[in-house]
Design a binder for this molecule. Structure first.
Ligand code: NAI
Ligand SMILES: O=C(O)/C=C/C=C(\O)C(=O)O
Length: 486
């Protein structure tokens, strides 16, 4: 860094192209989790304000926005990406302040990739066509695509801008409109994004931001609003269930990206140095707060000792500390409640007979903030809570296995099915095992290698639907089939 001053912003609701004045009694405080200091306030939207935002978005679907050509929309979407990059340091600073993650990580993992989401969809949208079938010269069938309408975007706190843009970019590309609700813990980058959209030429009402919580607040008001046509949500599985119930009476389209308990399966024939380096990232990147993190590590018994020795040694080298110090690898967790939840799981692991090889506590040198050392636990039973439940923090369990069949059973013995990683140099085995893992995403000899054209999402209780490339367009569009008798 440092061109920009480390300073938070106050977050008002952004509706129909303008900020709404906040009343004192609706403001709540925004806390930097790394210092526990107040960095600003956030205006909790009232039900009337959410209604105002949804109605503005509804009107905008058929307003000026609907007259723009694909090329015009693409240019605006590209410009949003450009403006994020022009303000990249400010965005990374706000994200690091809000989440407690290292500034460098916010820059590379969150903000630059958020800009890329806009650039990707700006290009991708210009290459799309429609289906057409000539039925034996009796009839011509073709599809007409139109925007799905108003999309509510309910977002989590772990990758605030990245995940929001993963939804907003294709939504705008499809000609739909958005009411975005960032997580209450991380409201700042969404607020700046709304301003940037306006600056890029997005007409008023197309992009709106409402702040607040879930129950009895903006999240619930949006989920049940009759004029919302579709909801895209990323977050906890239980919240997905609640949102689905709220959306059911008006049969809204839903796209859910939910929790995970992702396995990493390490066979003895893999390249151990590469496995250790990548597993370090898949375990602890973003303080382990990525839905794709591999939190259950299964290692073939013959290499268990070697793997653990190397993995523990590398984990001990990770620097936990000030998010704005360039040497820091691991920042703080997102807040007090989440810190307590993760610490509670570490206590449960001890009660369940687990052995903590490293970590398991707050670092002694950090007096303030919600920091937890990267933690490796062994000796747990396959059915223990820490192996089964989503912890979503810098905590992994390592268990041995003896056969392919056994480890596939372990990998699939979960209600989740988001991501899995397989390490082996045996191509046939990689293909065989990948085909049996019940998971929306399977990586072989890598982790987090993303191509935005591929389907992204989870099986079982990890989600509904897929995002990415054409899959995103399917969600943000409606299709009509036209049949002309020849
Ligand atoms: N990407 C993922 O898979 C994520 C998983 N989590 C998991 O969820 C746990 C809890 O974290 P939270 O932030 O509380 O996740 P959450 O699922 O409760 O919150 C995510 C978003 O949903 C909203 N929300 C909550 N209740 C709602 C309701 N009834 N109706 C509509 N919107 C609602 C929240 O305000 C927030 O914007 C974490 O400990 C972690 O295990 C959290 C964040 C991301
Ligand atoms: O697209 C990515 O790079 C990351 C996606 C991560 C999530 O969806 C998540 O953590 O919820």
């Amino acid at each position: 860094m440092q061109q920009v001053k480390i300073k938070g912003i106050d977050c008002r609701n952004f509706i129909n192209g303008h900020y709404v004045e906040a009343t004192e009694d609706r403001k709540f405080l925004n806390i930097n989790p790394a210092t526990e200091e107040i960095i600003g306030w956030v205006a909790e939207a009232t039900q009337d304000e959410v209604d105002f935002a949804v109605k503005a978005a509804k009107a905008a679907v058929k307003g000026e926005w609907s007259t723009y050509t694909v090329k015009q929309r693409s240019q605006i979407i590209r410009k949003i990406g450009d403006l994020i990059l022009e303000n990249v340091e400010e965005f990374a600073m706000l994200e690091a302040l809000d989440t407690g993650k290292p500034y460098e990580l916010a820059m590379e993992m969150d903000i630059k990739r958020a800009a890329h989401n806009f650039h990707f969809f700006a290009d991708y949208m210009t290459s799309l066509g429609n289906e057409a079938y000539n039925q034996d010269n009796i009839a011509l069938h073709y599809t007409v695509t139109r925007p799905v309408g108003v999309v509510a975007m309910i977002n989590p706190w772990n990758l605030p801008l990245l995940l929001l843009t993963w939804k907003l970019a294709p939504c705008l590309a499809a000609g739909s409109t958005a009411v975005m609700k960032p997580a209450e813990l991380t409201p700042m980058t969404a607020t700046r994004l709304a301003e940037i959209c306006k600056e890029a030429g997005v007409p008023d009402g197309v992009v709106n931001v409402v702040h607040g919580f879930g129950k009895d607040s903006a999240g619930a008001f949006l989920s049940e609003h009759p004029l919302v046509d579709a909801i895209t949500f990323t977050g906890e599985t239980r919240t997905g269930t609640t949102i689905m119930k709220a959306a059911a009476p008006t049969l809204k389209k839903v796209s859910f990206e939910l929790g995970g308990k992702n396995p990493a399966i390490i066979f003895a024939d893999s390249d151990i140095e590469e496995v250790v380096e990548t597993t370090l990232h898949s375990s602890f990147r973003n303080q382990g707060q990525v839905c794709l993190c591999a939190s259950r590590i299964y290692v073939e018994r013959s290499i268990m000792d070697e793997f653990l020795r190397k993995f523990v040694a590398r984990t001990k080298e990770l620097v936990v500390g000030d998010p704005f110090d360039a040497k820091t690898n691991i920042g703080s967790l997102v807040g007090k409640e989440h810190y307590e939840k993760v610490m509670h799981y570490i206590d449960i692991a001890k009660e369940e007979g687990g052995t903590i090889l490293t970590g398991g506590k707050r670092p002694a040198h950090m007096e303030k903030g919600y920091f937890i050392e990267p933690t490796i636990i062994v000796g747990l039973d396959e059915h223990s809570r820490c192996v089964k439940e989503e912890i979503f923090g810098p905590v992994v369990t390592v268990l041995p296995f003896d056969s392919e069949e056994e480890v596939i059973g372990y990998a699939n013995d979960t209600t989740y099915g988001l991501g899995a990683t397989i390490w082996t140099n045996d191509l046939r085995r990689a293909h065989r095992v990948a085909g049996q893992i019940e998971s929306g995403i399977v990586w072989v000899n890598t982790w987090y290698l993303r191509d935005l054209r591929t389907p992204f999402g989870g099986m079982k209780q990890s989600g509904i639907g897929r995002e990415g490339g054409a899959h995103s367009f399917e969600f943000y569009c409606e299709q009509s089939n036209v049949t002309i008798k020849l």
